[in-house]
Design a protein around this ligand. Sequence first.
Ligand SMILES: [Zn+2]
Length: 284
Amino acid sequence: MVVLEPISDNVVVDTTTQRTTRSCVLGGITLGDYSIAIESGHALDVGAALRKELEAISKAPTKYLFLSHTHNDHRDGRDAFKDATLIASQRCLDNMPQRIRLTKWSKEAFDETFTLTTDEGTVEFHHTGGHSVGHSIAYSPTEKILFGCDLFIVGSVNFGLPFMGFYQNKPKRTGDPEAYLAAYRKFLTMDLEVIVPGHGDIVHDPQPYLKEQITFLEDLKAFIITAIEEGRSLEEIELPRLGPIEQAYKTAESRSKRAMNLRFLENYLKHLKTSFYNYYIRER
Ligand SMILES: [Zn+2]
């Protein structure tokens, strides 16, 4: 099920489980004596398989589980790591659904950043927000690898478009494009060779990819702000066929279940439009 591939000396990634399940991309970072599991997948058997594989490859115990945010495709394999320490932002923990009881876990809850360092290297965890409240990333400056989690949906998975539809439950809110932009700009200043996304394909050329994403979000922002200033309602607005959206239509049209894929894409774009609209109309 889970197939961890090394992408550097101390970092492994699984991009296969997501192709056949609802799971996110999974990973692991080893710092000599111990490993950190990155996300836990959408189900207990996925979390268990991740842990087994990670410990077989690293020959080290899994001391930590990092959860980037509250969504179930990332968190629902967590019980395979009950004896590990949970690393998550405080805002992520505060926004877990009530039925998700994490009272018995030992935790490293952080506001903005948390860092682990051993002789073998360093891993930093940064709160970003954007995709969902409390969303965080993991970054290894030693390996120059960023686990960008759900700030990155890359390639053909979900058409490679950002998703900010389910930011927060109580009260219900959509995401924060400005937090995406701030995070992407921060990533541009980091020493970075690889970005591991929350869903989709690994990015081996981070700088041009980040610049493209910034341009895309800036163009969407400008379009939506103009539409709001012209007094158009959410229903009246149709997103322009910007590069990544045009590419998404091409992908949908080339797939076998064309009509179903186009419906899925339309729904996805509706979430994207609504997220931008809700955010920038609040600011007016
Ligand atoms: Zn996800």
